[in-house]
Structure formats: C-alpha cells, structure tokens
Design a binder for this molecule. Structure first.
Ligand code: 5GP
Ligand code: ZN
Length: 111
C-alpha cells in the first residue's frame, strides 16, 4: 500500500468501487471516464508504479493481467469485434495514475 495512491485505495476498498472481477492478485473495474463502450482497468493489487518499475519477479502478474484482459474481452462480448490492451507509461506516455494498470478498450463495432 502506497500513501495517497488512488488505485491502492480502490484495492483496499477505501474508495467504493464495484469490481467486475477479482483474483488473488488483481482487480478489474470500469474506468470512471470511459473512452469507448467498454473501458475496463486491470490492476494488480500490489503497488507497482509503472511498466518502468517491473522486475523479473513480476512476470507472473503481468501475464495474469494480459490473460485476464483476454477473458474480460470475451465476457464483455468484444473479443470477436476487437479491442485494445493499453499501458500508458509515465507522464509523456499519458499515465495519470502511478499504480500499474492496463486499459481494456473496445466495443465500437458490434460484430
Ligand atoms: P492512465 O492515464 O493513468 O493510464 O489511466 C488512468 C485511468 O484511471 C483514466 O482513464 C481515468 O479515467 C481512470 N480513473 C481515474 N480516477 C478513477 C477513479 O476514481 N475510479 C475509476 N473507476 N477510474 C478512475
Ligand atoms: Zn498503488
């Protein structure tokens, strides 16, 4: 738990947020400002600042994030039409919340 980290607060239920999915290691919830009909955030429970801070031991959580993205895309019915899995990295890369997360964005077309 990192002080004043928005997503640590969400992980710890200090900021009421409905989880679309939860596992031992990560949570999934809807983005508050969706950029598309489907916009989910896939967030590890452990605080990691950004992609830049990943270490070899984090390979497992990274793989789980991507596999969860695939599963959520199917559940949200955008797997076939297509979607984006996106990491913004640091300020210049558009990152606003400095707790690692992956965006799942899709649903523009429905076939
Ligand atoms: P970033 O730009 O850091 O990659 O993405 C952060 C995302 O978190 C943004 O798309 C923003 O809309 C979302 N976000 C920021 N604050 C909250 C919040 O309190 N609740 C939820 N559900 N999403 C948030
Ligand atoms: Zn955090």
């Amino acid at each position: 738990m990192e002080d004043n980290c928005l997503f640590c607060k969400i992980v710890n239920n200090e900021l009421p947020t409905e989880f679309v999915y939860e596992s031992e290691n990560l949570i999934v919830f809807k983005d508050i400002h969706p950029q598309a009909p489907v916009h989910l955030l896939i967030v590890p429970k452990r605080h990691i600042r950004s992609i830049n801070d990943l270490e070899a031991k984090d390979e497992k959580i990274l793989a789980e994030m991507i596999m969860t993205g695939k599963k959520m895309a199917k559940e949200m019915k955008v797997a076939q039409s297509g979607y984006k899995l996106k990491f913004n990295v640091e300020r210049g890369g558009g990152q606003l919340v400095f707790h690692l997360h992956m965006h799942l964005i899709g649903g523009w077309v429905n076939k």
